[in-house]
Design a binder for this molecule. Sequence first.
Ligand code: FE2
Length: 390
Amino acid sequence: MTSTEYCAHISDDGCILTLQQAAGNTATVGGPLRFHAIWLRDNARDASTRSPENGQRLITLKDLPKHLSISQGQCHGETLHVTFQPDNVHIDFDVPWLLQHAYDTAIAGTPARARGWTCDTCETWDAGLGQQLPDNDFSAVMQCRSTRQDWLQQVQRYGFARLSNGPVEEEALFQVVALFGFVRETNYGRLFNVRTEVNPTNLAFTGLGLQAHTDNPYRDPVPTLQVLYCLENSATGGENMVVDGFRAVERLRAENSRWFDVLSRYCANFEYAGDPSVSLQSRCPMIELSPDGELRAVRFNNRSAAAITDVPFDEMEFYYDAYRRLGELVDDPAMQVTFKLSPGDCFIVDNTRVLHARKGYSGQGSRWLQGCYADKDGLYSTLRAMQQHP
Ligand code: FE2
């Protein structure tokens, strides 16, 4: 990079610095990018603003002059030299860092993002994902850093990934969680056992199927990851099934955007009081969006849905139409990826996105899974650190 690649212009009042490519430069930064003086000063990365040791900010906003302006701004190579007034402070900025963190993105012609947009690292899917099931070998993920990174990226991209050929031993699922973070303990313990003896003479143990669901929507915050690890599976049937809740609500939006809106605008209620020492409740929407419309979470669990009381009377029937249609989409085989776990296999789901279910099973045999919860922010942190420090 040469010193002529970028240049800076200061507005007459000194409140805005515009960074743009110098004439003749063929690299692209996507057009001129404006930065406010206060934003630049607050985001300075010099040693008096940020700790060189841990990167944490050393100042608060009240340490900065209220009426900041820029008197000088010049680019030299990848460095932008800025002089701030009224305190005549000189600070250098890294141009690539500024380009990466630019917020002046409301450029004419850029289409507004639809409510329910997802970020670039997320790829929604339907039954077709079964042809290329995200799967890795347990030992390879344990021993090989790049394979482990690939697996974590699969979890981020699809909200779901399998691991195969692990040890057939109790608590092996904790080895999986240790790859990226920590177990989230709940009133069900550090782990829970999902164990059924199949006995066709006793209808109580016929292994009925379950509708696809997200776990524990009655918790706030909800457990964001779940690991299910197979220790026995000799019964006929009993496959696991997963559905991308994000794809389901995308379909719902495409069919009728008002269905999508009503499930995201109003809170549902969820509760669990399975024993006298527990009374869990949450009040959250089935489709959760961030303030700017990003799809953040789907909650869907008929067993723990409580009475819905936050939908206006005149919209309740329409809400139920939307809720019913979302259930139909979840139940649509075209949305479902089905697979059978052998002892030593496991899978992980993003419980804010991917619904899971158990198909019914019958005949002789037994089925034993161990499950636990963990936190997605820890997984993302591990993945990001691996990407930043190859
Ligand atoms: Fe579940």
